[in-house]
Design a protein around this ligand. Structure first.
Ligand code: NCD
Length: 396
């Protein structure tokens, strides 16, 4: 059952909770289990399991600050306003998704991340933006690179970082997400980074704690820092995002990476193609402003970026592909299929890779691959996000 339909009225919290304005007061207590909360209180937690049923419209380009929509009638007043209330780098208290961010929000984070790429390449990699702050990484799903990346990012900014992974936590003893959140909240963290297997869990948690929350991946919903690091990697290699054609290929249906990337790339003016077998293509996804291809050779023609996705076997109930050998033959990226893309096309993958299933080793390790660089950009982007949220933390 879909939490809401494609054309129906806007659910109470969709979008709104994605980018709450800061600050909004202290957290509240609750004692409901997440599963119950998600299934029985759809109005409170509208994301639910049917994430692709809720197709956000691409935001496109917001009017530029220098454009007529924002031009102040009195330029003296304008400069006074700028002096007394400088625009914050990023005006939101949380980062729960790319949905709801403007292209200015996104570009501000990418610009800030550039500084942190330089810093991370120095011998002395530390700064003090998060000095005295506590960051908790709360991971309900296994993760290597994302958790390590958030940990390094927090430490490079001077925060005390605590990793809490569910395998060793009270959640194994039956504690609910909300109880865990309330317990952690009482320890007065400043920022909680959350990964959870259920779509909507991070939005729910953000409403129950008093600190800033970053979504490190929730079910098949969103993975905003992955989309930001992908955008940074593309921008550094191509010099721009606007006007590029990006093909996202593979298991779109189960992918939060695809969803966040579609929203971000559309907001920044890229053309997005999705390439997948019908079983792995969400119904109605055309409404997100993408071109849909079911044939890899057709879809790859002339593209600038090929973004491969992992087959998310852990999210599949039943067989979505006949066999991984057959999948590779039709949808795996090898040299032959890559030759159909633009001659200077670049290849990306969020990792972890299934070599020989969605991508050949030759391509993954080849000259057109940006996969290692994506990992480096991940740390810089997470530093930028943590830094941006820290600007909204109370100082007293
Ligand atoms: C992605 C994720 O977890 O959604 N990986 C990651 O963040 N490193 C993609 C994936 O798991 O395939």
């Amino acid at each position: 059952t879909a939490a809401f339909n494609l054309s129906g009225s806007k659910p109470a919290l969709a979008g709104a909770s994605v980018c709450q304005r800061a600050p909004s007061g202290a957290g509240t207590k609750a004692s409901v289990g997440l599963d119950k909360a998600i299934s029985s209180r759809a109005a409170e937690n509208p994301i639910g399991s049917a994430v692709w049923q809720k197709v956000p419209r691409p935001t496109g380009h917001a009017p530029s600050l220098s454009g007529p929509a924002c031009a102040a009638p009195d330029s003296r007043l304008n400069s006074l306003l700028q002096m007394t209330s400088p625009a914050p780098l990023y005006p939101h208290r949380h980062l729960l998704g790319i949905e709801g961010l403007s292209h200015l929000d996104i570009e501000a984070l990418l610009d800030r991340a550039e500084d942190y790429v330089s810093l991370s390449r120095q011998v002395e990699k530390k700064t003090t933006a998060l000095r005295g702050r506590t960051q908790i990484n709360l991971f309900f799903e296994p993760s290597t690179r994302t958790q390590a990346s958030f940990e390094l990012a927090g430490k490079r900014l001077g925060a005390d970082v605590m990793n809490m992974s569910v395998a060793f936590s009270s959640v194994k003893k039956g504690e609910t997400l909300i109880d865990t959140a309330a317990t952690l909240s009482a320890m007065r963290p400043d920022i909680i980074v959350v990964r959870h297997h259920a779509a909507g869990a991070v939005n729910l948690l953000a409403r129950k704690v008093g600190c800033s929350v970053i979504n490190a991946g929730d079910g098949a919903h969103e993975h905003p820092t992955q989309a930001l690091l992908d955008a940074l990697t593309i921008r550094r290699n191509k010099g721009r995002i606007q006007g590029l054609t990006v093909a996202i290929c593979g298991d779109i249906l189960h992918s939060r990476v695809a969803r966040s990337n579609i929203i971000l790339l559309n907001a920044l003016g890229a053309k997005v193609r999705l390439i997948a077998p019908s079983t792995l293509m969400p119904a109605g996804v055309e409404r997100m402003g993408v071109e849909v291809y079911r044939d890899m050779r057709e879809g790859l023609k002339g593209v600038d970026i090929v973004m491969m996705l992992r087959l998310q076997l852990e999210r599949m109930n039943g067989a979505f592909v006949p066999s991984s050998k057959e999948y590779f033959r039709y949808f795996g990226l090898d040299r032959d299929k890559l030759s159909l893309a633009a001659p200077d096309a670049l290849v990306m993958h969020p990792g972890p890779m299934n070599r020989g299933v969605e991508i050949s080793s030759e391509v993954a390790d080849g000259a057109q691959s940006l996969i290692r660089e994506q990992v480096e950009m991940g740390v810089a982007v997470r530093m930028a996000v943590l830094d941006a949220l820290a600007q909204h933390l109370p100082n007293v």
